[in-house]
Design a protein around this ligand. Sequence first.
Ligand code: ATP
Length: 618
Amino acid sequence: MPTDATSGAAKRGKSFAHVAEASWGKGLSTLLRIVRMTLRHPWQVAITLVSTFIAATLQLFIPRLLGRAIDQAQGVMAASGGTVAEQALWHTALTLLVVSILRGLFTMAQNYYGEAVGHQTGYELRLAFYEKIQRLSFSYHDKVHTGDLITLGLLDLDGVRMFFATGILRVVLLGVLIGVGAYLLISTDLVLGLLSLSFVPFVAWRSSVTQLRLRSTWLTLQERLSVLSRVMDENLGGIRVVRAFAAQRHELKKFDRAKQAALELANERVDIRVSNTSAMNFSFLAAMGLVLWFGGQKVIAGQISVGTLAQFLTFMTILQMPVRQLGLMVNSFARASTCGTRLFELLDTELDIEDAPDARELVISEGVLRFDNVGFRYEGAGDRPTLSGISFEARPGETIGIVGPPGSGKSTIAHLIPRFYDVTSGAITIDGQDIREVTLQSLRKVVGVVQQDAFLFTTSIENNIAYGNPWARETRIGQAAEYAQLHNYIIGLPAGYTTVVGERGASLSGGQRQRLTIARSLMLRPSVLVFDDSTAAIDAGTEQRIRAAMKRFARDRVTLIISHRLSSLMHADQILFVEGGRIVERGTHEELLALGGRYRALYDLQLRPDDDRLEGAA
Ligand code: ATP
């Protein structure tokens, strides 16, 4: 049965899917950093805060005006329609209307500018996040799962973005409503005021505890959903493998397990939410009952008017919502501090591979590539070096062939030239300039690597070829395709060069994809061209034609060919046989054959007319 690739990937290294609450100190400095980011838009922030303050204050006038209106209406009825009393009622009603309209307008301004600040902060963060992802080194991506990075860029970023509207603004809104509202109630009637506020501590406590419980289950739910999306991601990515191994049942079981775990938690969250809402409603209605009871007694005793009682009840109704929202505010703080901590951790990650402070542009005079006693070890790969003592020189027009058993370090040699990773010891130079001392941009312009994995973008053939040079003329794109022996195939397609290649080039064969990636690298006209096992899916005849077509192109460049197939590299000027990260044999094809070592053995296995060997084996 296929193994559970998801858990394997998760174990490989650091994973953002493991979510932990940030420590207090760290959480606080994260929140301050978010506040500082928000303050980059001082005008919008100021308008939002002032609007929130005014809207909340106006809202507090409404119960008073309502109470007054009820008393005035009673006065009108008692005076059987006295004009002075009627005028007062009209006046109160009009004031109520104006206050409500103004409150609505300021709430609108609060929502509009609050959202605008959140979106602008989100936009800036998104840009910074994407920009950082573009510059993170390969060794970082080796450690972190892609799905976790996507979660970070979507969910965590949202947690930070919404902090202003759901956290900071609520502090102002609830502060004014609860603080000033409580003062007004108590100053009107101490006992009734305290009774009206009696539900507040319970609801505030209950709502905060519930939101924090919901939050901790949300974090676990996020982890489980992240596992679920990884299962889906791997299933879709490996759909052909799944079908070929008839592993649908295993995959369904895997998905079902992940889905079940997420569903159980989602149900648990519903239970928490429903039981909490009922408890909060009960306490609110109980407090309202008490106010009605005691308030009613006071009205009967003539101590307060009906309007004052109505004022208390309206206040309670208005206060109910913000008090419940206290929990959401606590949640917003907790969420922003966790999400922000994770997000800022990524944004603050020091780049392993970046331009040295005094980096210069790489200047190509001749184009000589040199490996000088290069050693390398992958991070977390133990003490054993992946490469050691690698030295060779390649001059323009020369081809270097690199061959060796799987895992011997051939691709690693290729990855060191454009600085996907930095050498651990020794140095790589181009025309005498250490590649660590030149800018990455200028280095990667002159080094073209045709990777083992022929990755294509979901766009036209033309755009894929011109990826490194989007302004290239059509003739140049056509010429690159001709070198790669793909031109005739492309012009035979109904849409020619504008044919869209499907997701990751799914509509092309493996060999066509590889040839397209060769054409893409040729477009850069690099001084150093590396073929990293990139002709494995191309038949020997086509490969021969590509080599012949590229003869003129390769005349003033260094070409490195990494291959398991000797026919791909036996024409090279120098062949390096790599084993266990070291060059164990070197020379031309003839010299290595004459040496009678490992290369010779490989040649005998792959190419020598083998009748006699077969007979021997029989
Ligand atoms: P193949 O012929 O199979 O492509 P190769 O000779 O190109 O193999 P490399 O890909 O260079 O071999 O790998 C050399 C060694 O480094 C292997 O043992 C491999 O497991 C290890 N290795 C490769 N990439 C990484 C990585 N990103 N992190 C840790 N170890 C790695």
